[in-house]
Write a protein of this length. Sequence first.
Length: 478
Amino acid sequence: MDTRKGPRLVRNFVVLFGGNVVGQLAYFGGLVYVARALGPATFGIWNFAQVFVLYLLRVGDVGLEVTSIRAVAREPETTRQQLTTVIVIRTVLALILFAGTALAGWVGLMPSDVVPLTLLFAIILVPTGATLEWVYEAHQEVHWVSLARILKGVLFLGLTPVLTTLGPPAMAATISFVVSVTVPVLILTPIAIRRFGWGSVRVALQRARGLLTLSWPVGVVSMLTQYCWFLGTMVAGYLCTRDDLGWYTAGHRPIIFVWAYVVVSSHRVLLPALSRLVHASQDEYRAFVERVFRIILVAVVPLGFIGYAVAPWMLPFVFGPDYAGSVGVFRVLVFALVIAIVRSIFEVGLLAEDRQMKYLRGLLLLSVVYTVATPLAVMAWGIIGAGWAATVAELIFLVFLLTSGDSDRAGTMVRQLIRITIAILPGVTMPMVLPSFGIVETLIVGILAYCGVAFGLRAIRQDDITLLRRITRRHSLE
């Protein structure tokens, strides 16, 4: 038993998570500056172009990074040829995708006012094809990855105010983003190649088909996830006014920030522990899942109501008074976020149980619901309709995940959900009971009432936390 493995995993997670948070906070600061400098209409166009290219990045990866991390972690001696193969495949895909983007703009498949920014954003397809952060993750040297992500965010935050004073703000902000993505690649990739070496391009071409065969299921999952969460932006870009698109963006971006670094990070933390538990002890596995579900539910449900309550002053404060129109859609999307965080434990559970095809079917169901509901809801209710479509789709996916396990577990989860619903009622009714209180006083009293009722109903117990610590500590050392 390697007693150093657990602390090393914890240290790597803290380093990577810390780098992600610092880098994304810096990026978000730059994004807020862009929103204020451009105004809702132009900011909406800018974000639409960026989201389109972010889709292309997922297509250009095709699950290669995750698949290669697993391969290199198992056989470190294959690093040199693996990184060569990945760079060759991704570079070819990047050139094809860039040409396809230019063609789509030329034939009118994109709104005309979005095309110039989209082509400028699409430049990042080439450098990201050579990104080798995954190599350092495979070798558990995540400090390099953390530094690269911090540098990316800091560059965007620092360059954006300077460049927007020198030229057209939207173009300048796009150039700032492209530079912030490219510079870390130009630094990190040569270091990785110098250390791990460069393999044969001929061998890389021979291996490409086999690697793509292994990676495409992972790539499909990644693309479907991104498709769902950014579909509202794309639909709003085609069906709504530019001001509405900007307001949707301002309400949606904080949700995406939390989702990416709460849900995604929880996957990284929970998947190793659950993968070990499911094979070591089915009883402990079920106990672990149930307790994590209870803790997540108790924590995130009140956060949803807090987000709903503070939205009217938070969004104008962050993005500026021109973005008051984003409050409504944020208030709806925050509950889609709550559901997404709650369901995360079941997603990881399916992956830990090696039920990837079940998970893929669930994501396909989620994508179909998003695809049908989003345009219909936007046509009926505008940008708030996109928020409702996301909330309904996430709720359907949660029900699918709950019913994918045994019936006893589903019953336990439903009873916990009922307890939390009862516990949250005092907090929700506080503004009506105490109308003279300010928002801060109301939130404090509401949270205290919620915690008291939740513990009184045994929605969460002290032994839940104790058991989680014991199970995690023991299996992190195995």
